[in-house]
Design a protein around this ligand. Structure first.
Ligand code: CP
Length: 324
């Protein structure tokens, strides 16, 4: 009996698993060199230094957002089109995962037809890893409960564009140790001499795993990461004050009184006066009067909206890295 190819029936119509397929599921999966290449490519896109030559002509990218998104979904959709690929967009109710099909089967089927999938889930990384497991298409984490890796690429790209360097930067993060904070910690600590000061409400800090990994990176790179649950003893002369919304997309807080724990961590003019050299960053969406006052996010030291423009450049860099 003659089988055409080693896969044979019944898997003959599956694209062959490709060990070289690149996923971006967690920053911890990236080498330092790859992380830096993504950040610098994003920065290069932001300054118009990368000609658009249809880098991804002939490719098809899916976007699958199971929770709300303004920036990330738009950034990856526009990046797909700008790079010459075609787009298939799935909303939260579109795929049969909603009726019980497994993430593994979903990924296996989509991989028969798509070259890449940009996915935001409301669950942890396991769902994305199951979608990615068949390894016939690239899968990009557009945010899980644990980590928001493409946000950190955006953020470092925006810091590089605004401050001219990453090495040695001192960043004060104020607020929940959420997926954006986790990604920031896993990225910034891989740049020499950086200092990351996390000030998170008690019970809402970084996970122990993330903190351990960030400290290991910091040790390797002569950087430091410190977490406290109060706003005493702020470091002098930080370059960046960073916060995020208190109600992180796709997560819920079990303590009905959680706002009492968060209220001291609002970024207001008084806190910014304690950091006189710092710019202000926010991943958005913002809730003025909650995690940040309007005069801070709309003030002259805020780069929150230019920072949002780097979402597009970061998405372009990520898609090129995965699919070129
Ligand atoms: N910062 C961010 O991820 O924004 P969206 O939730 O709107 O994508």
């Amino acid at each position: 009996m003659n089988h055409s190819g080693s896969e044979g029936f019944p898997n003959g119509n599956d694209r062959v698993r490709q060990d070289g397929v690149r996923h971006l599921l967690s920053l911890a999966d990236l080498s330092d060199v790859d992380l830096d290449a993504l950040v610098r490519r994003s920065f290069d896109h932001s300054r118009g230094a990368v000609p658009l030559t249809g880098q991804l002509n002939g490719r098809v990218v899916g976007t699958y957002f199971r929770t709300t998104s303004t920036r990330t979904r738009t950034a990856f959709s526009v990046a797909t089109l700008r790079l010459g690929a075609q787009l298939v967009a799935y909303g939260p109710g579109d795929l049969q995962e909603n009726t019980g099909e497994s993430a593994g089967d979903t990924g296996r089927v989509l991989g028969l037809m798509l070259d890449g999938l940009v996915a935001r889930t409301s669950a942890g990384a396991d769902e994305l890893r199951a979608i990615a497991d068949w390894r016939t298409m690239s899968v990009v984490n557009a945010m899980t409960e644990d980590e928001h890796p493409t946000q950190a690429i955006t953020d470092l790209s925006a810091m590089l564009a605004t401050l001219g360097k990453l090495e040695g930067l001192r960043v004060l993060y104020v607020g929940e140790g959420n997926n954006t904070a986790a990604a920031l910690a896993l990225a910034l600590t891989r740049y020499t001499g950086t200092e990351l000061y996390l000030r998170t409400p008690d019970g809402y800090g970084l996970s122990q795993n993330t903190l351990r990994q960030a400290r290991a990176y910091a040790e390797t790179h002569g950087a430091s990461v410190e977490e406290r649950h109060d706003l005493e003893n702020l470091p002098p002369d930080v370059d960046v004050v960073y916060t995020t919304r208190w109600q992180t997309t796709g997560t819920a807080k079990h303590d009905p009184d959680w706002r009492r724990a968060f209220s001291p961590f609002r970024v207001d003019a008084a806190l910014m006066r304690r950091c006189p050299s710092a710019i202000f960053m926010h991943d958005l969406p913002a809730h003025r009067g909650e995690e940040v006052d309007a005069d801070v996010i709309d003030g002259v030291r805020s780069i929150a909206f230019p920072q949002a423009s780097h979402k597009l450049y970061g998405a372009m860099a990520v898609l090129e890295w995965c699919l070129s």
